[in-house]
Write a protein that binds this ligand. Structure first.
Ligand code: IPM
Ligand code: MG
Length: 359
């Protein structure tokens, strides 16, 4: 029995998770033994329990093989004390389960090359994987805070990485590169920041164990530029938490829409959290406008990484491709003048394609 914790969260989270669950239902009807349990997280959990990650939700996640996560946050919660903000729930969950390896693939579906903000000839065939360290860096470094110094407020954070933290995610990056085109580009800011000098040194050391992988290094400002200049030069990008956060949003726009990018966050025990890289989009929540494909593709990643069913992952991905090939577009990926479908219609179309693709 596959145990999946389902945490829809806030904003468009519940709408897109509902579509991914319809996809899961098709597989269950075919005989897949899967058990889902829903939990509260983010603003929804703050409303109910005053805590963005209640103990019951954490326990549910700890006892599950995988977590299907929607999105969290909303303007209503931005003025709460930091510990009660929805984002803290997600960050605590990542840390508590030690989900240090975040995989963010950015692929251009051929049908969407024209929807990219870049010229189709620059992005056609693009297939990159960002491996982002997810439980360290300035996100979690201490000391942090806002204090008064000489009568004025001073805000501070700590950018910090231990070599063990760098080493374990470097292994994930090299192994991913090995399964792909064999090229790893590590991104840092070693010309200014010591913590990222150590990053470069340790990644270089780990490379000795992967002589078959070609390693290069790039400064993050250059990487941000190269991602829009010539994104196809990259195979796997390996980077720390904050740089990975920023570069993955940038990379998403190469694919046409941030509504297309799934992610997997893995720990050493094979547990994983699967979520779209986009946020809760409160401005469009509840209006049927959200693109559910990043969530559905996150479910596909779940089958690849936390359950050893790459066949099911491939089937879901193929169903998404067929749906795009059939011309279905939510507003975020539609070209001017193209007909637009709702969140539910897009989900239904994927379900239909998947059911037809029964082996
Ligand atoms: C992401 C998000 C999160 C992050 C937020 C919601 C805390 O932007 O997953 O990229 O910064 O990691
Ligand atoms: Mg982000």
């Amino acid at each position: 029995m596959i145990r999946i914790a389902v945490l829809p969260g806030d904003g468009i989270g519940p709408e897109i998770v509902a579509e991914a669950l319809k996809v899961l239902e098709v597989l269950r009807a075919e005989g897949l033994a899967v058990e889902t349990t829903t939990g509260l997280v983010g603003g929804a959990a703050v409303d109910a329990h005053g805590d963005p990650l209640p103990d019951t939700t954490l326990a549910l996640c700890q006892s599950s093989q995988a977590i299907l996560f929607g999105a969290i946050g909303g303007p209503r919660y931005d003025t709460l004390p930091r510990e009660q903000r929805p984002e803290r729930g997600l960050l605590r969950l990542r840390k508590a389960l030690d989900l240090f390896a975040n995989l963010r693939p950015a692929q251009v579906f051929p049908q969407l090359a024209a929807a990219s903000a870049l010229k189709p000839e620059v992005v056609a065939g693009l297939d990159i994987l960002i491996v982002r360290e997810l439980t360290g860096d300035i996100y979690f470094g201490e000391p942090r805070g806002i204090r008064i110094e000489q009568g004025q407020r001073v805000g501070f954070n700590t950018m910090i990485y231990s070599e063990a933290e760098i080493r374990r995610v470097a292994h994930v990056g090299f192994q991913a590169a090995r399964r792909r085109q064999g090229r790893l580009c590590s991104v840092d800011k070693m010309n200014v920041l010591e913590s990222t000098q150590l990053w470069r040194d340790v990644v270089t050391e780990v490379h000795a164990e992967y002589p078959d992988v070609a390693l290069s290094h790039m400064l993050v400002d250059n990487a941000a530029m190269q991602l829009v200049r010539n994104p196809r030069q990259f195979d796997v990008l390996l980077t720390g938490n904050i740089f990975g956060d920023i570069l993955s949003d940038e990379a998403s726009m190469l694919t046409g829409s941030i509504g297309m990018l799934p992610s997997a966050s893995l720990n050493a025990a094979g547990q994983g959290l699967y979520e779209p890289i986009h946020g809760s989009a409160p401005d469009i929540a509840g209006r049927g406008l959200a693109n559910p494909l990043a969530q559905i593709l996150s479910l596909a990643m779940l089958f690849r990484h936390s359950v050893d069913r790459p066949d099911l992952a491939a089937r879901i991905e193929r169903a998404v491709e067929q749906t795009l090939a059939a011309g279905l577009r939510t507003a975020d990926i539609a070209l001017p003048g193209e007909a637009v479908v709702s969140t539910v219609q897009m989900g239904d179309a994927v379900v239909h394609a998947l059911a037809q693709g029964h082996p």
